[in-house]
Design a protein around this ligand. Structure first.
Ligand SMILES: Cc1cc2nc3c(=O)[nH]c(=O)nc-3n(C[C@H](O)[C@H](O)[C@H](O)COP(=O)(O)O)c2cc1C
Length: 324
């Protein structure tokens, strides 16, 4: 399948793996890229620019296909060493950067100068248009269903994607709720030129996380995620568990008076304990509603081949057939 996204990234299939804290490391990124998609290393999981440079080298040793790096701009006071991470990306010869969070404008000039393609993840049409205006090559349109941070507008992809298609000139991928060939065909029908998947790629053989995480996703239904931190305007979709219920109880009790310090116990330092140690109830970790559509733990190769096969089948048999 050829779209403006496959051409832009130089990949075989219009399938991208979104940056994921403590999940998007070299083994997963390389597996996705080897299967013809675009794998992505998550910069901030690597605690220094040097560690990111080493992870990029590790990924390059595992694949000769293009892969990307996610650079998430956090709303934190003590900013990570973004210039250092940028240097590691540029010197590491990375071809694609997925930016997310705050406006990436300050970091675009060095990336562009190095010939790196930039795809910015947005949760609204206005942010997508802004990304287009400042010179991003593509956007990833992240609907309300998505795992992680869906923004504050609560517009699901059934509306958000065609709205993006009405307004944007640059190509975009559909993100949030994407799992299989049906998702890909629907995304294409709604105007996207590919898909970005997070949660689906956690439940793969190569995702470097504890098996408990994969089993928790398999066991979950589409009803098992919750939105937390809404009153802090930092909404995150997470897998429900006792810590998340506790967090929501605090949010209900404190209302607008809730401060980040009140919920530190449920949200800080959670990822290494969940993803590496498999302690599932220690706090809030991102997970999409798409968990309800995930029923197995294939290799990335099998998953991507299956998605492409299903998509082709739906287009050729069901859709073209429906016209007869
Ligand atoms: C466990 C987890 C961690 C994530 N961490 C990040 C992150 O660090 N930076 C980022 O830009 N997006 C992050 N995301 C969002 C994904 O890149 C992607 O946009 C999202 O998962 C798409 O929705 P889906 O889960 O329905 O596929 C994370 C998602 C999950 C599930």
């Amino acid at each position: 399948m050829k779209t403006r996204i496959t051409t832009l990234f130089g990949v075989e299939h219009p399938i991208m793996q979104g940056g994921m804290h403590y999940v998007g490391l070299a083994p997963l990124a390389a597996a996705v890229s080897n299967a013809g998609g675009l794998g992505v290393i998550t910069a901030l999981t690597l605690k220094s620019p040097q560690a990111l440079a080493e992870e990029i080298a590790r990924c390059r040793a595992l694949t000769d296909k293009p892969f990307g790096v996610n650079l998430t701009f956090l709303p934190t006071v003590s900013s990570p060493d973004y210039p250092g991470y940028l240097r590691a990306i540029i010197e590491g010869g990375v071809k694609v950067v997925e930016t997310a969070g705050r406006n990436p404008a300050p970091y675009l000039p060095p990336l562009k100068e190095a010939g790196i393609k930039v795809i910015h993840k947005c949760t609204s049409v206005r942010h997508a248009l802004k990304a287009q205006d400042i010179g991003c090559d593509a956007v990833s349109v992240d609907g309300f269903e998505c795992g992680g941070h869906p923004g504050e507008d609560d517009v699901p992809n059934m509306i958000l994607l065609p709205r993006a298609a009405e307004e944007l000139e640059i190509p975009f991928v559909a993100s949030g709720g994407m799992a299989d060939g049906r998702s890909l065909v629907a995304a294409l029908a709604l105007g996207a030129e590919g898909v970005n998947m997070g949660t689906r790629f956690i439940a793969t053989q190569e995702a470097p996380v504890h098996d408990n995480v994969k089993q928790a996703i398999l066991a979950a239904s589409e009803l098992d995620t919750r939105l937390v931190m809404r009153s802090l305007r930092n909404t995150e979709r997470v897998m429900v568990n006792p810590a998340v219920e506790r967090l929501l109880e605090k949010e209900r009790a404190l209302g607008a008076a809730l401060k980040f310090e009140d919920i530190i116990g449920e949200v800080v330092g959670v990822y290494p304990r969940v993803m590496r140690e498999g302690i599932m109830d220690v706090g809030a970790w991102s997970c999409g509603m798409v968990a309800g559509l995930i029923h197995d733990i294939p290799t990335c190769q099998v998953l991507i081949e299956r998605i492409m096969g299903e998509a082709e089948d739906i287009i050729r048999r069901r859709l073209v057939g429906a016209l007869a």
